[in-house]
Design a protein around this ligand. Structure first.
Ligand code: CA
Length: 233
């Protein structure tokens, strides 16, 4: 699944270099030259990762990181701070302001991509291409294939994304609103009932291998994907 990366960088040459490299790597890149532009872009579409320069005109990177962490909508978006500074104290300040990681300029495109993958894996494992397997159910984001006990299971793209999210966030109850935000994207306006329709389709797709049992309806709360359900069945 391509992820959306917001690059907040006021030096055009560096911003361009980053954007080109991330574009090659398959990411969708949004660009802002200051935090005000960044705020406008975030309001329109919540990015999966934010690359945030330390020194920006107006509000600084660490100040903006603090704001993003204080806002419920952006609280969990991974932030990688970009900076020319190398002092240990600056690094500590950046991480305390809410950054997840830190890259010192100049950095190689390879290093940048590795860091992005690492923060995505920690914060949003459904956005990486790692295959996941739970109780004989295997999902491979690279080939877009799902297998139940080695038999291919056919499903639509929404059911695939839903299953990917469930498998990377098992044993937790997700409300319909949370599923809409995570699977459909928070800038998309769909009714909560839509979630039920796709859960029904997903269960149907998993029936032949018996993995439909892993999706539990939690009354009045939402849905849970649980490996313990398979063991107790
Ligand atoms: Ca700068």
């Amino acid at each position: 699944m391509p992820s959306t990366v917001l690059v907040v960088e006021d030096e055009p040459a560096i911003a361009e270099l980053i954007a080109v490299n991330l574009g090659f790597a398959g990411h969708k890149v949004l660009r802002a030259a200051d935090t005000e532009q960044a705020r406008t872009l975030i309001t329109a579409e919540l990015p999966d990762v934010i690359l945030l320069d330390w020194m920006l005109p107006g509000k600084s990177g660490p100040q903006f990181a603090q704001e993003l962490r204080a806002d419920a909508r952006t609280r969990l978006v991974p932030i990688i701070m970009l900076t020319a500074r190398t002092a240990e104290q600056d690094k500590v300040d950046g991480l305390e302001a809410g950054a997840d990681d830190y890259l010192t300029k100049p950095f190689s495109p390879k290093e940048l991509q590795a860091r992005i993958k690492a923060v995505l894996r920690r914060r949003a494992p459904q956005l990486t291409n790692d295959a996941v397997e739970i109780c004989g159910l295997k999902l491979d984001p690279t080939t877009h294939r799902v297998e139940g006990h080695r038999n291919t299971l056919e499903m639509g793209p929404t059911e695939f994304r839903l299953l990917h999210f469930f498998m990377t966030h098992p044993e937790r109850v997700h409300t319909r609103t949370q599923l809409l935000d995570q699977v459909w994207g928070d800038h998309v306006f769909v009714e909560e009932r839509t979630v039920d329709v796709h859960i029904r389709r997903l269960r149907l797709a998993l029936t032949s291998s018996g993995h439909d049992r892993l999706i539990e309806t939690v009354r009045g709360a939402g849905y849970r994907f649980s490996a313990t359900l398979a063991e107790s069945a």
